[in-house]
Design a binder for this molecule. Sequence first.
Ligand code: ADP
Length: 496
Amino acid sequence: MNILLCAAEVAPFAKAGGLADVAASLPKAWAVLGHRPLIMLPKYGHIDVDNYEIEPTQTVISVPVGSWTEYARLWKTKMPDSDVPVYFIQNSDYFDRPGIYGNPDGFTDNDRRFLFFSRAVFEAAKAIGFAPDIIHAHDNHTGFVPAFLASFYRRDAFFARTASVFTIHNMAYQGIFEPRRAMEFSGFGMKSFYRGSWFEHGGAVNSMKAGIMFAEKITTVSPTYAQEIRWTKFGEGLQDALESRAADLVGVLNGVDYSEWNPVLDTHIPLRYTPDILVRKDEVKARFLMRNGLPEKEAREHTPLLGMVSRLTAQKGVEMLEKTLEDFLAKGLLRIALLGTGERRYEDFFRYIARKFPRRAFVKIGYDTPLSHNIIAASDFLAVPSLFEPCGLTQMYALKYGAVPIVRATGGLADTVEEYDAAKMTGTGFVFDRFDRKEFRAAMQRAIICYRFQPHWNQIRQNGMARNFSSEISAANYVNVFSWALQKIGVSADKE
Ligand code: ADP
């Protein structure tokens, strides 16, 4: 199959969260499975073109917007360590500035930036002669892609046999825009905007809803989240739209690129290790602590290190930690290594913890990929106490690195972490159900007890390291969804 993946983030070029990792790992896996993937993303001002050998092409495309035309130049490279082509849409007005979304409040022209990109994807595919069987659009930024295909492009012979699949990574961000500006710019015009139309929700344009309504198939990133968004408040107001497409909505668990996240191969960490030589993992931890200023004797004490690598937002459940963490640190029951950025109040909380416990809390407010690998490799536990979690990647990384996840049973966390059973010696982590500080505290206590007792401590780590959440499994599941999408438009799927 020819698979055109378009997304606002693709690692390593531009990344804010898990979307970037998945948009990067899936195409690599499809290529291994014998398909022909191609990636498109905007050319943001902060992308390091020299480092990734991104070159301008001679191709300039015309992009119809509103009642006029704008232009973009295509730039090109390949995914690192693979032959998957990557095209960047360059337009100075929309993308020549640092940042993907302009957080925390978002750039004021995000409607136009991402509508322009969504439309440019079609013009670019045509210009380079890549006729996709599937256009795979991700999250609200590309929510208009299925709408453009269904309404404007399928009548073009070039796209007549193309189906769209829309993947929801997070319902909490929907791309909500002022109708007049967005509808005119999209080319649909205000005639397509009315109460209950496929673009409308709560009186505003809703890009996520457009993606949900127009795509042949809709996926979300874990089976549990696929249920939660239909039935609970995690649908963030779009439960009815999702319910109306329930027959076409599937949960496909995200996968991990194990060439990137693997303690046997990882070049970011000082020592490589396998499940049979966990003493080496303990050595990685000791070195991490020494690098952070602890004398050797203290660094080698038998005290668990709790890691956390996360956007610091309400979604991630930082408030679960607040009291428990302070208590446990005061009693010397654990140490913490945190890497994250996000909301000011959460950043301030961790700064306060770092000041209060300088020898027990290692906090970096910022974004740092090598450090994220080091924290996950050095940690004994990884906390992901999320309020909601579409899939979550860090707990899957943690499992592979022998860091035991402590998670709330929601979304993909419920699908990937299993409570440890000391009698049977099965399970991979510690799981709590309700978003409740006491439950989190109890899960932390179970983890600390397990840490103290062999053979359980080695067993739980080995159980986790043996789990396989490879992106190739995920990629193969997507190919099935793609075949169903093609069947929907009456094209028999060629699984090659
Ligand atoms: P989300 O997509 O909701 O942010 P995921 O767990 O799916 O959560 O993915 C988060 C990704 O972003 C992981 O690859 C994680 O390592 C990375 N990440 C998050 N915060 C940071 C940070 N401050 N520095 C480096 N990487 C980070």
